[in-house]
Design a protein around this ligand. Sequence first.
Ligand SMILES: [Zn+2]
Length: 359
Amino acid sequence: MKIMFQNPDTGETIYIEDEELLIRDIANKIMKEYNLEKPPIFFTLMKEDPVSETYLEEDDKLKTINEEKLDVKTPIWWRSSEIDLDLIYKLRTERYDRSGYELEKIGKTKVLIAGVGLLGADIAFDCAVLGIKDLTIIDYGSVDWFNIYRQSLYSKKDVFKSKVEVAKENLEDMGGVNVKSLKIEIPSFIYLPEDKSIIQNSILKIEPEVKKCDIIITALDTFSARMIMQTLALANDKILINTAAGLVGGVVQLVRIKQNDPCLACGIYFDRNQDVGACTLASFGTPKIISGITMEILTNLIEEREIKYNHFKYIPQTYQIEQSNFIKGKEFCDFCDREKGIIFKYKNGEKKALIDWLY
Ligand SMILES: [Zn+2]
């Protein structure tokens, strides 16, 4: 006769035929099968007490339990505080799967997130929850007392540690996701060492990661760092999703070269002395909304649905999201002009143009 063993939390089931075995033997078998470090606990319902669970001892024999068990249909349950990471992934994504998300496509998409602060930490977290299996994150910062709890990936015990390292650990702990972390300062006007080769080296480290990924998400403080990431993304034919938040709300902008979307520099005048972000001053809900819009765009891109708009602006005061489809103007853009733009020069091997622009 087969005795059914079941984990009520996960639905995993095994059948045992040999009634001479002890609970200890089943514990060993389950530990082996599910990679557990400690033996699980076992319980079932007995004839003498059918309303409350009876916990089983490791020396209990299956034959005896089977005779005293409520009935043949009642399984012996086991429960463990440990769980296999692949199983966590399965349980986490099961409902997305059922509601129609194409998990296989999502799992095959490689996403790079530049900046894992107020916006990027939420987005990285959401990507892992959704089932992105290959994430690359870039950030130079460390966790501080201001970041904890506001940035969903970090808590008190993480203060002073490198953000990318903590983020990697916490994300991978969620199961089913591999995270490559790069602690690199993305070049910007704020970080301009006199020795240009330092900038060149940073770019040399970032670019191969961009090449490996399908979609690049920027969640950075400064315009100039975004321009670096935008150039690397678009010169390598990648899709760019830029996110920003500030005092007056937040923005998500989609840049697809093939669709001729305007780039992040199109029609923008900026002052290089004021290249600082106000991301941390965003309203409480803004990062969540921006992350949510980003995730919708990301899944639409992955599942190849039409996206009618390339610019989304969230206004917290009125709870509105304004969608627009920006069209490239006729005026010259330093970055995306098809002949003289920095992106096209970079793509054609004239990489110096980008670094010269920074200086
Ligand atoms: Zn442009």
